[in-house]
Design a protein around this ligand. Structure first.
Ligand code: PLP
Length: 395
């Protein structure tokens, strides 16, 4: 018999699992080229060649005892140093290896930091719409995730409501920019104001309130959009990063946490995050891919590929009469559903073999997320189907 807690979690994850199964079923029935599966954030751009070249070179030239052995829970010191140097060069920060912990993707980085910070009943505040797994990551440590209602005019965080909702119980605020599911990028003004509110609340409650910034899409921005580096704006910031999207390596499970020296209780937090990495069972991030990414810190994915998809999809859908947020980053488009019931809209879309995720899964009903990290042909060929769907709604 499985635990009561897992029974609830299994029930809760059935929507996404059902969608995954549905995609496979439709592809088997109609042929993959006739299914427009926009449900998953799995990059369709291959990893840069430099990654496989680095892996081959490491395997050929380095001592296998070094490449495959146990190491410090925080990861190889030289890899952490390379990450710190790269951040310093790009953002004018002054990190060292003592500020970086290699993680098993963003998911483990967040779990490690919540394990490190949360006591039962502690509250983490985030902004709707948000990546649905946050709820599980926080509840893994008996914390409580509270979501601020969405500002659907811009999908910037609703800071007025944040300042009203922070309480004695608030241990951390969790943000994600560029954002999944909206593609919004939080502006410098927003980050400054957020930092100002948190400083004030720390004083009011006389305790640290940590700002955790989940950034798997940091480099995935279009045109001249800038993503502010948050540690420069608020002292108690912890950064979670992943190479899953920026280098198209989601299956390799590799990322890192940045824990700046200025953080309140820095030494204890850094040490505890290392212990959390071990006792959660990750032990350390996988060794070979750590070494490989440290050789590829200046590589980027083909952003032009996603930008072409973004432009074609956004222009196509708005011309059909759908109302969409124009994504500035990541590879998701958040579209208002022409009926209030987003799940019912997604069901209707399925009739045309279009798969998208209801906004309710991200705490924002009345919308749907379209993940356009798919082939360009899928985007182009989906538009006549979206046209039929638009006609059903009289758009
Ligand atoms: N955070 C956000 C906002 C995401 O969109 C994802 C994955 O889609 C993750 C975290 C988890 O990423 P990873 O594969 O690096 O664990």
């Amino acid at each position: 018999m499985i635990s009561k807690k897992m029974t609830e979690l299994v029930k809760g994850s059935s929507v996404i699992r059902a969608m995954f199964e549905e995609g496979r079923r439709l592809a088997a029935e109609y042929g993959a080229e006739n299914v427009y599966d926009f449900s998953l954030g799995n990059p369709n751009v291959p990893a840069p060649k430099a990654v496989s070249e680095a892996i081959i070179d490491i395997l050929k030239t380095k001592d296998p005892l070094y490449v495959h052995g146990y190491m410090s829970n925080a990861g190889f010191p030289e890899v952490r140093r390379a990450v710190a140097d790269s951040l310093n060069e790009r953002f004018g920060t002054s990190f060292s290896e003592e500020n970086v912990i290699m993680s098993v993707g963003a998911a483990s980085g967040l779990n490690v930091i919540f394990k490190t910070l949360l006591d039962p009943g502690d509250e983490v505040i985030t902004f709707a719409p948000y990546f649905g797994e946050y709820r599980n990551y926080v509840s893994n440590y008996d914390g409580v995730l509270n979501a601020i209602s969405p500002d659907t005019s811009s999908f910037q965080p609703n800071l007025k409501e944040l300042s009203e909702r922070i309480s004695e119980k608030t241990k951390a605020v969790l943000i994600n920019s560029p954002n999944n599911p909206t593609g919004a990028v939080y502006s410098e003004e927003t980050i400054k104001e957020l930092g100002r509110i948190l400083e004030q609340k720390q004083k009011e409650y006389n305790k640290p309130i940590y700002l955790i910034t989940d950034e798997p899409y940091r480099e995935l921005v279009y045109g001249d959009v800038q993503v502010p580096f948050v540690t420069k704006y608020y002292r108690n910031t912890i950064v979670g990063y992943s190479f899953s999207k920026s280098l198209s390596l989601p299956g390799e499970r590799i990322g890192y946490l940045v824990i700046p020296s200025e953080l309140d209780d820095y030494k204890a937090v850094f040490a505890a995050a290392g212990v959390a990495t071990r006792i959660l069972g990750y032990v350390n991030a996988p060794s070979l891919i750590q070494l490989a990414v440290s050789e590829c810190l200046n590589e980027t994915t083909d952003i032009g590929y996603y930008e072409r998809n973004r432009n074609t999809l956004y222009n196509g859908l708005t011309e059909l009469g759908f109302s969409c947020q124009r994504p500035e980053g990541a590879f998701y488009l958040f579209m208002k559903t022409p009926e209030e019931d987003d799940a019912s809209f997604c069901d209707r879309a399925k009739k045309y073999n279009i798969l998208t995720v209801p906004g309710s899964s991200f705490g924002c009903p009345g919308y749907t997320r379209i993940a356009y990290c798919v082939s360009y042909e899928t985007v182009v060929n989906s538009l006549p189907k979206f046209r039929l769907l638009a006609q059903e709604y009289g758009l």
